[in-house]
Design a protein around this ligand. Structure first.
Ligand code: DAH
Length: 342
């Protein structure tokens, strides 16, 4: 009887050595240790074994059972490792010592100007705030003293979502949330992408960047605004820039102004970028309307403030002499490559 056990053990050892993958091992496990497996069935033969040999037979079958189970577990580990290694070797390999491509990326000119302006304002105590691109009617219009059906909405047609939300038409849309977040006094700038449903030409795009700013405190006046704007522009252009203030109407400021700067592309002579006027509208601004302060939870009897909406895209065009606004969103690397070393 014990020779039968030994023969079965030899047979098992031979078969398990030949296994090359996990499925083959599983088959062997079932063939030897399964319900109707060869080792399991050996135990069924116990009844035919003479009484005096029963004990030794039972022990030997159990030893074989344990031997087979251990061997299978061991083999499973070996095969798993081999399979993993195969997978790693078949994956794409990288040679990190190879020289990289000579093409390197660069910041977009608007990003460059944005960072420059941020740095200047940060040095003057302004915090830099982030705001969403998708907002609602309240933040984009109502909270800014632009009720439904106000004619000022005509100039800011935008893209509406099915759920009633919209793509913000100006960075002013963040004013209410920032006032509520910090209360007064506050100094903040908030750059952002804006959208308008309008036809494009050399100086209009449906997607552009603005940088809004607000300063709210006791006794803030328009002279504070002029000071901050002049300081920022002369640092960006690294020279004294000609500016002019014209009255301008925006429902969220009173009084409201247009701050223009002399066209840096034609030097004020007139060109397509400045619609031949020699001036570029750069920064509408004004004293924040009491209704807007109230909507933001700030008492207009106690605090006043100025706000401005700097055309960041336009500023980048002037700073880098970009003639057509559409080049900036074109994704055309030839147009963008020239800013690589800025
Ligand atoms: N949000 C206005 C626009 O995009 C620009 C603007 C005007 C912003 C006056 C201001 C402001 O903060 O005071 O047309």
């Amino acid at each position: 009887m014990s020779t039968k056990i030994e023969m079965l053990k030899a047979e098992f050892e031979k078969e398990i050595e030949l296994c090359e993958n996990s499925e083959a091992i599983e088959k062997i496990r079932v063939a030897y240790l399964g319900k109707k497996g060869k080792i399991t069935e050996l135990l069924g033969e116990l009844k035919n074994v003479p009484n005096e040999e029963k004990k030794a037979f039972g022990q030997n079958v159990n030893l074989l059972k344990k031997f087979a189970a251990d061997k299978i577990a061991e083999q499973v580990e070996i095969i798993k490792k081999a399979e993993e290694e195969k997978l790693i070797n078949s994956a794409e390999t990288y040679d990190l010592s190879l020289p990289s491509s000579e093409e390197s990326g660069s910041y977009h000119p608007i990003t460059l100007v944005q960072r420059e302006v941020e740095e200047i304002f940060a040095s003057m105590g302004f915090t830099i705030e982030d705001y969403v691109e998708i907002t609602d009617d309240y933040h984009c219009f109502e909270a800014l003293n632009i009720p439904k059906h106000h004619p000022a909405r005509d100039m800011q047609d935008t893209y509406y979502l099915d759920n009633g939300q919209l793509l913000k038409t100006h960075t002013s849309a963040a004013q209410n949330a920032i006032m509520k977040k910090y209360g007064a006094p506050l100094r903040a700038i908030f750059p952002g992408r804006c959208f308008r449903n309008e036809s494009t030409d050399a100086c209009h795009e449906n997607t552009f960047f603005q940088m809004e700013g607000m300063m709210i405190d006791k006794d803030i006046s328009i002279s504070n605004l002029i000071y901050f704007m002049k300081k920022m522009l002369s640092e960006v252009f690294k020279q004294d820039i000609n500016v002019r203030l014209r009255p301008g109407f925006f429902p969220f400021v009173e009084p409201g102004f247009e701050l223009d700067i002399s066209c840096t592309i034609c030097g004020g002579k007139g060109c397509p970028s400045c619609k031949n006027s020699g001036w570029l509208e750069l920064c509408p601004c004004g004293m924040i309307h009491p209704n807007v302060l109230k909507a933001g939870g700030i008492d207009p009897e106690e605090y006043t403030g100025f706000a401005f909406g700097l055309g960041l895209t336009r500023l980048a065009m002037m700073r880098f002499g970009v003639k057509d606004i559409r080049d900036l969103n074109s994704g055309n690397l030839k147009a963008l490559d020239q800013f690589k070393h800025e």
